[in-house]
Structures are given as structure tokens and as C-alpha cells.
Write a protein that binds this ligand. Structure first.
Ligand code: THU
Length: 125
């Protein structure tokens, strides 16, 4: 298994998802080679929940990272799950050509390009 997927799998174990019971792990490979992970964190006020991908992104930005090469996402779903629209929009601001690796617990995976997942992304100007 790809090391980045393994890190996303490990991050998934920290998921706080008592409401949906849908745990997600993400691992973001930065331009300098470091990997920042994230998981989904839910809240009793459901709409406040944050996805694994954005958790990883805001952690990385907070650590001073601005360039990203790859993102691995791990879910326990029949098919590997693609990131939600909000996460796509947040990620594309920094890395339009990000390689996105989707994987599930059965070992199924798929590699996509973020620009293909979000064509005609919103930009100011
Ligand atoms: N979730 C993610 O972490 N990433 C996505 O791209 C979509 C959904 C989380 C949010 C919520 O905690 C749970 O999965 C079910 O929607």
C-alpha cells in the first residue's frame, strides 16, 4: 500500500464521527515532502462538522505550507469516496493539479486530478 494511503488510514483511526459513524482519513503531501494528516471532526450541531480533507489542509496552511503534491483519502465505503465540493474548492485554491488518491478499506483505489474533480472552479477576478 502507498505510504500516503497508510498515513490516511492511520489518521482515520482518530476520526470523531459519533453521528454519521463515517470515519474519514486524509494525508496531504506537501511540496517539501512532509505529510500532514487530517480526519473528520463532527459536532452535535451537525453543520459545524469538518471534513478530513479540510482538517489536513488547514493544519498544513497553519504550519506554513503552501504547495501540495498529493492527497490520499481513506473511507470504509463500497467504492472509494471522492472529496465533497467544499473540500474541492478549498484545495483547488492552493493546488489545482493536486493528485487525489481515493482508497477504501478493501484495498480498492483510484487516482484522480483535482482539476478534473472541479472543472470551472470559482476564482475572484
Ligand atoms: N466527510 C469527509 O470527511 N470528507 C468528505 O469529503 C465528505 C464527508 C465526512 C463529514 C462527516 O463527518 C462524514 O464524512 C459524513 O458525511
Amino acid at each position: 500500500m502507498d505510504q500516503l494511503v497508510q498515513k490516511a488510514l492511520a489518521a482515520r483511526k482518530n476520526s470523531y464521527s459519533p453521528y454519521s459513524k463515517f470515519a474519514v482519513g486524509a494525508a496531504l503531501e506537501c511540496g517539501d515532502g512532509t505529510v500532514i494528516t487530517g480526519t473528520n471532526v463532527e459536532n452535535a450541531s451537525y453543520g459545524l462538522s469538518i471534513c478530513a480533507e479540510r482538517s489536513a489542509l488547514v493544519k498544513a496552511i497553519s504550519e506554513g505550507k503552501r504547495k501540495f503534491k498529493r492527497l490520499a483519502i481513506v473511507t470504509d465505503s463500497p467504492e472509494p469516496a471522492a472529496p465533497c465540493g467544499m473540500c474541492r474548492q478549498m484545495l483547488i485554491e492552493f493546488a489545482p493539479s493536486l493528485e487525489v488518491i481515493l482508497a477504501n478499506l478493501k484495498g480498492k483505489s483510484e487516482v484522480l486530478r483535482l482539476s478534473d474533480l472541479l472543472p470551472k472552479a470559482f476564482r475572484l477576478g
